[in-house]
Design a protein around this ligand. Structure first.
Ligand code: AMP
Length: 466
């Protein structure tokens, strides 16, 4: 289901289309699930850059008038949820800057683990930051670089940062995409009416009728301009670390990510594997919508226990976790979900959700199913392994102390959420399902962090030793 941990962001860009801004608007619409705090588009007509951005959902930020103020044949767009920096307009992207080599706008999905250090260094050298967003560090690094042309400067900037980044950069006459050497966040290249399109997820291509070409490679810088495509590889032979949580929760099921793997299929397979690992007699499998749906279908198919929608979601309520205010969060589950009593009464239920973070959502759902739904037994099954590690690469999960699976044993979590039984997908099971799983970051499940992070993040790793 959904909670208040910060999600990451969505980026979209198009080069060489007369409707560049309008298509970017549509692309951002399809990527809305990746960030709901703010949205922006920057376009270029070959002479200058135009920027429109505000706090809020894509549909609220843009209207016809605003889109008309974004002329040109190139555009990049961004959906933001703050993974770093506070929730204010100046942190909404794209970030636009003017410097010696002209104007440049940047849209970033990911999180730079060394942003604080780099920022202090840059400030000591005289840089003046407009925002608290870590992405602005990249802009300053480009501006401060001694590289002879923009490509050298970008390459130089990128080699200085550490963490996750799927980036789009817009200049007057070109668009440049870059992905961190580990490839933590997805980024795909497509084509629409002869124009190149880049998006965090392929669901954005589907909406605008673009065809998928390939992923931007980990460590690749891809320059798109009137000469076509030029690919620079500045990192070599580093291990990959695709974020496995994209499969579990973030990405849309209709997207194909990390080399064209369909997210829905992965989730169904996680459900099937979970069914093989934790057999139990029950009358009905129900998902916690929407995140638990594909895994619940897979579980039902594998276990031959019927599937149905026992919890109905009100789709007109914003996702709880996007509400930064505490007061709203507490209403969250009840506002959004309601049990179908006629279906559930007296039944032994298998309830599937994708993950447990703090455990509060599951607790409320179990209570709701027992009291409102009249369920006889509730067997909670989670289609991912226990979340024990905070993420430093773009998913701003709570500190380790707050992750219930980090501080409690399985039986204690079961008691806390008041389920009759509780089981998680095993890490081995997850790795069996994900193709070439060695290429993935599973730090949230095993605290095996592929990208080093400086000491300032260690406080997030502290937890209560038992
Ligand atoms: P919690 O109540 O803290 O245990 O939250 C668990 C719920 O949050 C699950 O239903 C997940 O679907 C959902 N969830 C997991 N990760 C995230 C995330 N990064 N952002 C928003 N919701 C999430």
């Amino acid at each position: 289901m959904l909670y208040d941990i910060h999600e990451e962001c969505g980026v979209f860009g198009i080069f060489g289309h007369p409707e560049a801004a309008n298509l970017t608007y549509l692309g951002l619409y399809a990527l809305q699930h990746r960030g709901q705090e703010g949205a922006g588009i920057c376009s270029s007509d070959g002479r200058q850059l135009y920027l429109e951005k505000s706090m809020g959902l894509v549909a609220d930020v843009f209207n016809e008038k605003r889109l008309r103020r974004l002329p040109g044949y190139i555009a990049i767009g961004h959906n933001r949820y703050s993974t770093a920096g506070s929730s204010v307009l100046k942190n909404v992207q794209p970030i636009l800057a003017n410097f010696a080599l002209g104007s440049l706008a940047i849209a970033h999905n990911g999180n730079l683990v060394t942003a604080t250090e780099l920022r202090s260094q840059l400030e000591a050298e005289g840089a003046i930051f407009q925002s608290s967003s870590d992405s602005e560090v990249i802009v300053h690094l480009i501006a401060h670089s001694k590289g002879s042309d923009i490509y050298e400067r970008i390459a130089h900037a990128i080699t200085q940062i550490s963490g996750s980044f799927s980036l789009l950069i817009l200049r007057e006459k070109e668009m440049i995409a870059a992905r961190d050497p580990f490839g933590v966040r997805p980024l795909s290249l497509g084509m629409k009416d002869g124009a190149y399109v880049i998006a965090s997820e392929t669901c954005a291509f589907d909406l605008i009728g673009a065809t998928y070409i390939r992923d931007i490679e980990p460590g690749e810088i891809l320059i798109i301009n009137e000469h076509g495509l030029e690919s620079l590889k500045i990192f070599h032979n580093q291990r990959k670390a695709f974020c496995v949580f994209e499969f579990i929760y973030f990405a849309r099921p209709d997207s194909n990510i990390f080399g064209g793997i369909n997210v829905n299929e992965m989730r169904k397979e996680f459900g099937r594997q979970l069914a093989r690992e934790s057999k139990i007699e029950a009358d009905l499998v129900i998902p916690v919508p929407d995140s638990g749906v594909p895994a619940a279908i897979g579980f039902s198919e594998e276990s031959k226990i019927p599937f149905d929608f026992g919890l109905i979601r009100n789709h007109y309520v914003g996702r709880t976790f996007i509400e930064p205010k505490h007061s709203i969060r507490h209403f969250g589950v009840k506002i959004k979900l309601n049990p179908v009593r006629k279906l559930l009464e007296g039944k032994r239920l298998i309830v599937i959700d994708d993950s447990i973070v703090r455990g509060t959502t599951s607790k409320k759902i179990v209570k709701m199913l027992r009291e409102g739904g009249g369920a006889k037994e509730i067997h909670l099954k989670i289609s991912s392994p226990p979340t024990i590690g905070p993420c430093f690469y773009g998913i701003d999960t709570p500190t380790r102390r707050e992750l219930i699976a980090s501080t409690h044993l399985l039986d204690e979590i079961k008691k806390y959420v008041t389920a009759d039984t509780l089981s998680y997908l095993s890490l081995e099971g997850l790795k069996k399902i994900v193709p070439e799983s060695k290429n993935y970051c599973t730090a949230c499940f095993d605290c095996n962090y592929p990208i080093n992070f400086p000491g300032e993040h260690l406080k997030q790793m502290e937890f209560l030793f038992r």
